[in-house]
Ligand binder design. Structure first.
Ligand code: GSN
Length: 237
């Protein structure tokens, strides 16, 4: 039997959470090697196992994979969640890349300066409801159960993860999106996903203050780092 994939990361969502989601949706059991301190991360870097001295890193099929999207694409392809042909793969990429733009804004939100947080939530909510969610609502309007090819793909798994994250920012964010509400209910009931959504799974909760402080120390994140990113985004206003 092939060894279980081994996920190297800290004990939080971050960039690894989508990998956890996709493996769970594929029905693949995995192990996690969690580091808790900057020193442990430095030791992993010193071991030479990280191509860019960065995590997420996933050991799978004898490889040490890095770069989140590359990892996700490999898993999606291997477990038949990446469409049936090149055109379906392109659509999946187009949807996932759009989702990623919104996802990254939400992922960095805990790093916002306290005085910037509300402004960032308003910005994220506007982008979600005016730019991104209408795209997926429209795709699902044609009586489709899934975004691409009428079968579950990486794009669906990522969309559900994103919807749940966006709802943590604003609980009624799907109010004007009936198809996305149906999609959320339907995909949440798929047995593997349902299992992942149960307590006790590898799914991580939103970061609390202690978790944020721990992540800042591990990755030596700068104070106000989010502001640097978001000020570029906010310049669009
Ligand atoms: O998507 C990716 O995996 C890469 N393009 C980015 C990975 C990354 O930025 N990793 C950071 C941690 S933030 N989230 O996971 C990282 O490993 N920083 C450590 C360092 O010393 O740079």
């Amino acid at each position: 039997m092939a060894a279980k994939p081994k996920l190297h990361y800290f004990d939080g969502r971050g960039r690894m959470e989508s990998v956890r989601w996709l493996l769970a949706a594929a029905g693949v059991e995995f192990e996690e090697v969690i580091f808790e301190t900057a020193e442990e991360l430095q030791n992993l870097i010193k071991s030479g196992k990280l191509l860019y001295e960065q995590v997420p890193m996933v050991e799978i099929d004898g490889m040490k994979m890095v770069q989140t999207r590359a990892i996700l694409r490999y898993i999606a392809t291997k477990y038949n969640l990446y469409g049936k042909d090149l055109k379906e793969q392109l659509l999946i990429d187009m949807y996932v890349e759009g989702m990623r733009d919104l996802y990254d804004m939400i992922m960095f939100l805990p790093l916002a300066l306290p005085e910037e947080r509300e402004k960032n939530i308003i910005f994220i909510t506007e982008k979600a409801t005016q730019k991104f969610f209408p795209v997926y609502e429209k795709v699902l309007k044609d009586g489709k159960n899934y975004l691409v090819g009428n079968q579950l793909s990486w794009a669906d798994v990522h969309l559900l993860e994103l919807i749940l994250m966006a709802e943590e920012c604003k609980s009624d964010i799907l109010l004007a999106f009936p198809k996305l509400q149906e999609f959320k209910a339907r995909v949440s009931k798929l047995p593997r996903i349902q299992k992942f959504l149960q307590p006790g799974s590898a799914r991580r909760p939103p970061m609390d203050d202690a978790g944020i402080e721990a992540a800042k120390k591990i990755f030596k994140l700068e104070k106000g780092m989010f502001l640097k990113y978001s000020s570029t985004i906010l310049a669009e206003f």
